[in-house]
Design a protein around this ligand. Structure first.
Ligand SMILES: Nc1ncnc2c1ncn2[C@@H]1O[C@H](COP(=O)(O)OP(=O)(O)OP(=O)(O)O)[C@@H](O)[C@H]1O
Length: 266
């Protein structure tokens, strides 16, 4: 089954995913997934462990070549480019400038042995900023936006708590004003109280910046708080999709009903 979702937000999508499948030998990672993502839209991809969320996220963020299907992205100059027809250098440039990727484990998205300021500043340098004073003041500004004091700018992230590291990773990703951010379980592995604060912060930043985002999570509360739309995956396929509140309040598929009711019983 191929599921195409539509959004009311804008008449030109930012990303088009068409019939993407990925298999690992005989094992299915994800199968025949199609959807479009609009500017400023947050899409949550939910499902239980092994349902194919991470495989799909990796395929559409150019980290894992799909077995079949296409991923097209609308560039800033409005031309459409097919991701896996770009050169490796073009894809890397896109990832550094127009896209962000927030990993579940901040250590995967940060340089742990350089200062917090440098972690943010080097992304600015990657998009061509060469003015030390600008870079430092923008880094301080962004550390403030993610609630890290300016007095911590020279500390390395390994001296930070898990929540601070995750906030730093978010600042590093958002400082260049990307148009699209991929997030893989962005609050996973954090204490519940830290999660709640981080989610609040993320929600505010995504809304302020008008970011489009694809958030993979097994946590329906994260999907509820962050996303406009949801895709529910099972065994590598999308089995239900729709506005987040609709899917959570009135799930149509038996599997989604089970997923929602099992959370509500906790
Ligand atoms: N590198 C790999 N080699 C072989 N099989 C893989 C590989 N990565 C994932 N798979 C398989 O693909 C399927 C989907 O896995 P995936 O990690 O995408 O699911 P997920 O929904 O992200 O799970 P989780 O929430 O546990 O991270 C699973 O059956 C998994 O075993």
């Amino acid at each position: 089954m191929s599921v195409t979702v539509s959004s009311p937000a804008d008449d030109t999508p930012l990303l088009r995913v068409s019939s993407v499948s990925k298999s690992y030998g005989a094992r299915t990672g994800c199968e025949d997934v199609s959807f479009e993502l609009w500017p400023g839209e947050v899409l949550a991809v939910v499902g239980e462990s092994g349902s194919g969320k991470t495989t799909l996220l990796n395929c559409i963020s150019s980290r894992l070549m799909p077995t079949s299907g296409t991923v097209s992205y609308r560039m800033r100059d409005h031309t459409w480019r097919e991701l896996y027809r770009m050169s490796e250098a073009e894809r890397r440039f896109l990832m550094r400038t127009d896209w962000g990727f927030v990993h579940q484990n901040p250590a995967d998205g940060l340089r742990m042995t350089v200062s917090a300021g440098a972690n943010v500043g080097e992304r600015l340098m990657a998009v061509g900023d060469r003015h030390y004073g600008n870079i430092r003041s923008t880094a301080i500004d962004w550390l403030g936006r993610v609630e890290i004091g300016a007095d911590r700018i020279d500390d390395e992230p390994r001296a930070f708590s898990g929540g601070m590291r995750q906030r730093l990773q978010i600042a590093r990703n958002l400082v260049t004003s990307p148009r699209l951010v991929f997030m893989d379980e962005p609050t996973g592995g954090l204490d519940v109280s830290v999660q709640a604060r981080l989610l609040d912060l993320l929600r505010g930043l995504v809304a302020d910046l008008g970011l489009a985002a694809i958030v993979v999570t097994h946590d329906l509360a994260v999907a509820r708080l962050l996303s406009h739309r949801m895709m529910v995956m099972k065994d590598g396929r999308v089995i239900e999709t729709g506005l987040t509140d609709r899917v959570l309040d009135d799930p149509r598929e038996a599997y989604t009903q089970l997923l929602v009711s099992s959370i509500l019983q906790v």
